[in-house]
Design a binder for this molecule. Structure first.
Ligand code: NAP
Ligand code: F7E
Length: 343
């Protein structure tokens, strides 16, 4: 029989890759999206899958809507990717972030418990729960220390999944995913902010320098297209569990800039330090990167690096796209878009 999967947050970066992956596996896919005044389906169109997904209205804050979805469709699998996912915004919107990313998950768990107890839930947990890291590298047993309202609300959701599994037998699993990027990444996140700006510099569409915050922060960056397969694998296990998905490598924001810059054929030289640090194109003498303290965070997560040993062992997880390949993939895609006028 055809399996059914619901994907919340289907209009986002991971939603598109996951929906595509599930369609290729033969699933009937319901895409859950929130109605807005503007079109949010562009990523699904770019993936070429919009007409193969059954799109349904969904909002994390609307319990009655969530109950109706489970009552009507009782999907085999539910992937909860919907979230206010931008860490920086979570200090500006801490209450909304907590309602959506924390309470929203409780609504889903309650609806499953009440109306669809056989549904398996995948919850999008995050390395932001490790925040001010208590151990390096981070594993499934590293103590949590979130550093933002986003991290706190995701931690609440994470424990709610563990608790509903233990209390009511709900099949609720979490992937603690470290940063993962792609050409479909939102432009507010640092990697895509860098590649979209460098694509415009490269094609001569701007001469303005790229403004960044803390370039010394370090992240364990993987490719979204690889990580969605792990979400699916996590739900195919015999019992609910938690898995760290990461590459096991970490890089500074500055290294990401350098890699992208090199790919564009720019020679970059760093001058100054702290808020006065700039990146100069040695050929033109122009400043192409500068610091703007406006992008610093009230509390930073300085360094993340995951140990995906459990996923390697139990899910046969292997890193396919390296850091260098990821940078190249993202800048190449943005240069193509810039040339076509679709950036
Ligand atoms: P994303 O691109 O920001 O997508 C978020 C999705 O959630 C969008 O489809 C958005 O819809 C939807 N959404 C936001 N608020 C909603 C609400 N109140 N009700 C219903 N839908 C709502 O995020 P992503 O990078 O794909 O990440 C997917 C999930 O993994 C998120 O939960 C994120 O927190 C988590 N995560 C991401 C990473 C990462 O590095 N990417 C790492 C760990 C965990 P609109 O299109 O309407 O805005
Ligand atoms: O920041 C620094 C910033 O916004 C990465 C989300 O998917 O991954 C993501 O969260 C780092 C931070 O991602 C700028 O201070 C410097 O240290 O790309 P980001 P994030 O906060 O790591 C986790 C795992 C998630 O779960 C989240 O949903 O880059 N940084 N300058 C900057 N960041 C941004 N955005 N913009 C800058 O100008």
């Amino acid at each position: 029989m055809t399996k059914t999967a619901m994907v919340s947050g289907v209009t986002g970066q991971d939603g598109g890759y996951l929906a595509k992956f599930l369609l290729e596996k033969g699933y009937r896919v319901f895409g859950l999206y929130r109605r807005g005044s503007t079109d949010t389906f562009s990523k699904l169109r770019e993936h070429g899958i919009l007409d193969r997904i059954e799109m349904l209205d969904f909002d994390l804050l609307e319990f009655s809507n969530i109950c109706r979805l489970f009552k009507r469709y009782a999907p085999d699998e539910f992937y909860n990717l919907a979230a206010q996912s931008f860490v920086a915004a979570s200090w500006e919107e801490p209450i909304y972030t907590t309602q959506a990313d924390g309470m929203g998950v409780l609504y889903i768990l309650e609806a499953i418990r009440e109306f669809s107890p056989k549904t398996r839930l995948y919850q999008a947990s995050t390395s932001e729960m490790f925040g001010k890291v208590q151990e390096t590298p981070q594993t499934e047993s590293t103590p949590f220390y979130p550093r933002s309202p986003y991290g706190i609300s995701k931690l609440m959701a994470h424990w709610a999944c563990v608790n509903y599994s233990e209390s009511f037998g709900v099949f609720a699993s979490s992937g603690i995913l470290f940063n993962h990027e792609s050409p479909m990444r939102g432009k507010e996140f640092v990697t895509r902010k860098i590649t979209s700006h460098f694509a415009r510099l490269f094609t001569g569409q701007t001469e303005e320098p790229l403004e960044l915050g803390n370039m010394n922060a370090m992240r364990d960056w993987g490719f979204s297209g690889d990580y969605v397969e792990m979400m699916w694998k996590i739900l195919q296990q015999d019992k609910p569990d938690t898995y760290v998905i990461a590459t096991g490598e970490t890089h500074t924001i500055k290294e990401f800039v350098e890699e992208v810059s090199k790919r564009c054929g720019f020679e970059l030289r760093w001058e100054g330090s702290g808020v006065n640090e700039i990146g100069v194109n040695t050929k033109t003498g122009k400043t192409i990167v500068k610091v703007n303290p406006k992008f610093y965070r009230p509390a930073e997560v300085d360094m993340l690096i995951g140990n995906p040993e459990k996923a390697r062992r139990e899910l046969s997880w292997k890193v396919k796209v390296t850091f260098k390949e990821l940078c190249a993939m993202m800048i190449d895609a943005d240069i193509e878009r810039a040339k076509k006028g679709t950036l």
